[in-house]
Design a protein around this ligand. Structure first.
Ligand SMILES: O=C(O)[C@H]1NCC[C@@H]1O
Length: 389
């Protein structure tokens, strides 16, 4: 039965006609579209080679799933890679490629949190062949998954409950991940903004330069205080998204072209680029950063100016590493990080908690939830590659 016949006969299952199946989740409002069926095999020995292969040969699938009419300009995806060099060496249980509106990222915290739950819950051996080897710690009621991301191996701890002989992820408790080595790459970098690129608030503030920090949490971020950009009270909605978009796009272009900032840190060449710009509020320059009582805001623009609805797990890793390097955060100190969304909802919902985990690694805690499952098909040429209006 073809798709058209199935739909007209009221049989909505796309079995046998669909190209790609996904499981849909969100973490603090940020979507993760997890590809579970129909993605072609990825060639390459290493995960970074597979990432390059996806970019060169399978990018139409990313475009189809991320862009309209199936996605939107702020969509985010995860492609599970059952076999990588790290899974073969036993250092990881499963691999993943992350994708967005522009290409393939090197690290993603919000998706790692979502994937942690999904990988515990799936019983599909084709999706996660090593699932049976993931041990459930009865005492701590959690499972540990070593996730091979393009930036390296990330340790994900997933709270679980036992239901008879099955173990299921527990949505009531925070998933935690300990990221790869995170560090401050450059502090107090002064960026001259040419006259023609200045946004209105920078002009009003009479400024021609902006001071920023650059930090790495599996991906490189510029971290910039709102007042440096001439903005005030972003948390309270005093600055529109268009303004934030304009300013962060200029900063990304000016800092991103300074390639020396991203080199010389002992990373693979594929990781040496600027991924996003995070606008933070005043408190970021203060010791203690507010602890858990008062969340630190971060509005993250990444890839082609996607806006993260979550506080950005890799961004939190970068911010904790930066705060540690500046002596603003003590050993073991936990800090709550807000996105615009979690700040507006005024509470824990959607916020992440970050802290040092020793040896330059950062621990991030957050919760993810299922939102559905999709089966995508392509009937016409117009929608095949997707588009963004
Ligand atoms: O949480 C994160 O790390 C990701 N969220 C979207 C942008 C980053 O990749």
């Amino acid at each position: 039965m073809d798709l058209h016949t199935k739909i007209s006969s009221g049989e909505y299952s796309l079995e046998g006609t669909t190209a790609i199946k996904t499981v849909e989740m969100h973490t603090g409002g940020e979507p993760t579209r997890i590809v579970v069926q129909g993605y072609p095999p990825l060639h390459g020995d290493t995960l970074l080679e597979k990432r390059a292969y996806a970019r060169e040969h399978l990018d139409h699938i990313r475009q189809c799933l991320m862009q309209e009419p199936r996605g939107h300009r702020d969509m985010y995806g995860a492609i599970i890679v059952p076999e990588t060099e790290k899974t073969r060496s036993g250092e990881a249980d499963v691999g993943v490629l992350f994708c967005h509106n522009e290409g393939y990222s090197t690290m993603c915290g919000h998706a790692s949190i979502a994937l942690g739950r999904f990988l515990v819950d799936t019983e599909d051996r084709a999706v996660f062949p090593r699932r049976k080897q993931v041990l459930f710690d009865e005492e701590r009621r959690e499972s540990k998954i070593r996730l091979h991301a393009p930036c390296g191996v990330v340790d994900v701890s997933v709270p679980c409950v036992r239901e008879g002989d099955k173990v299921r992820s527990d949505p009531e408790r925070e998933v935690q991940f300990v990221s790869v080595r995170s560090f401050a790459a450059a502090t107090d970098v002064v960026v001259e903004v040419p006259d023609g690129l200045r946004w209105p608030e920078l002009r009003v503030a009479g400024k021609s330069a902006v001071r920023v920090d650059v930090a790495y949490g599996g991906a490189f971020y510029v971290i910039v205080q709102e007042k440096e950009l001439g903005f005030e009270r972003v948390r309270e909605g005093q600055v529109g998204m268009k303004r934030l978009d304009e300013a962060t796009a200029v900063i990304k272009e000016l800092v991103g072209s300074q390639q020396e900032l991203f080199r010389g840190h002992g990373l693979a060449e594929d990781l040496e680029y600027l991924y996003g710009v995070i606008v933070v509020d005043d408190g970021e320059g203060r010791a203690g950063l507010g602890g858990l009582a008062e969340g630190r805001l971060g509005v993250c623009f990444f890839a082609d100016q996607e806006v993260d609805r979550s506080p950005t797990g890799s961004g939190v890793s970068a911010r904790v590493a930066l705060a540690r390097a500046k002596g603003l955060l003590g050993e073991g100190e936990r800090v709550r990080f807000d996105s615009l969304l979690s700040a507006r909802r005024g509470g824990e919902a959607g916020a992440f908690v970050g802290s040092g985990a020793g040896a330059e690694r950062v621990r991030v805690e957050g919760r993810a939830f299922y939102t559905g499952a999709c089966a995508f098909s392509v009937e016409d040429e117009f929608s095949r590659a997707g588009f963004v209006l």
